[in-house]
Design a protein. Structure first.
Length: 299
């Protein structure tokens, strides 16, 4: 049974402060945690060594005894008994310990120095569970209205309410739906990233929608009424005479829902695209020629 250098395990000098020990332990414990290194025996062994080192060095009484006797740990009990005889009113310096929490498998070295003392093995340290990450594939129509979805994460069905207006690539956090904590620690969280496919004729930009609308030549020239598609239905529009191709109109409040704001919507922008007639009849060509002449003579 050999002496174990707890300072070396944590990568610290003997002069390390309590804050240094705490910081080094947390950093290394995260690195070698069993949840991060499943089925890795070397990492498991390292994790146990780290917890044992922290058990001793984070406790002032244990650390004092460890620093005092060091490699003379085999004679530690004899020294302790001598101190007891010197002071009947005082317990041995190693008699009262506050555990840092770890109750895993301690080394024989640790048990020899601290195993017989009350409080040396109390509750285990609590570690927060790992976070889970998942992707939820939806369509643009799916996120136009609030709805419920069931998501399977690690074999567990999770019922979610998807707010209207979520965006492609947006990530939301579901608190407490990650991996269970270790030794009674809190569970991790679930992070869901939305992948939203757009199969509609509308282009989304934030809360606004954009689309084009074909307009026949005669309505563009003379004006009139037409039906136009919005994302959730049709509306009747008045077209002004002599509307040019590329002209844009805005329908206020006919865009996409604003995320987590009930009854608030962006706007819909419609760009007119004037379509010229094709396959003209002989008479139509004659009329266009006549219009051309009138237009020319009028100028």
């Amino acid at each position: 049974m050999e002496f174990i250098d707890y300072y070396k395990i944590l990568g610290l000098p003997k002069t390390a402060s309590e804050a240094d020990i705490k910081r080094a332990y947390r950093k290394l414990a995260r690195k070698y945690h069993p949840d991060v290194n499943p089925n890795n025996k070397d990492a498991e062994k390292k994790f146990k060594e780290l917890n044992e080192a922290n058990e001793v060095l984070s406790d002032p009484a244990k650390r004092k005894k460890y620093d005092t006797y060091g490699k003379d740990w085999k004679n530690a009990e004899a020294f302790e008994e001598a101190k007891k005889r010197q002071s009947q009113s005082q317990r041995a310096s190693g008699g009262q310990y506050q555990s840092s929490g770890y109750t895993g498998d301690f080394s024989d070295f640790f048990e020899s120095m601290f195993g017989d003392h009350p409080g040396s093995r109390s509750r285990q340290p609590k570690f927060r569970g790992q976070d889970f990450n998942a992707e939820l594939q939806l369509t643009l129509k799916d996120v136009f209205a609030k709805h419920k979805q069931t998501l399977n994460v690690n074999g567990k069905n999770i019922r979610l309410t998807i707010p209207a207006g979520v965006e492609n690539g947006q990530t939301i956090k579901i608190t407490g739906y990650g991996a269970p904590g270790v030794n009674g620690g809190p569970p991790g969280d679930l992070f869901i990233t939305f992948s939203i496919a757009n199969t509609t004729k509308f282009k989304r930009d934030g809360n606004n929608l954009y689309t084009t609308l074909d307009l026949d030549l005669y309505t563009a020239l003379l004006g009139g009424e037409i039906l136009a598609d919005t994302f959730d239905g049709k509306v009747k529009l008045k077209v002004s005479p002599e509307t040019q191709s590329g002209a844009q109109i805005k329908l206020k409040g006919k865009g996409f829902p604003v995320y987590k704001k009930e009854n608030e919507f962006g706007d819909l922008y419609i760009t007119y695209q004037v379509i010229l007639p094709t396959n003209l009849s002989k008479r139509e060509k004659e009329l266009f020629e006549e219009l051309k002449k009138i237009r020319k003579d009028g100028n």
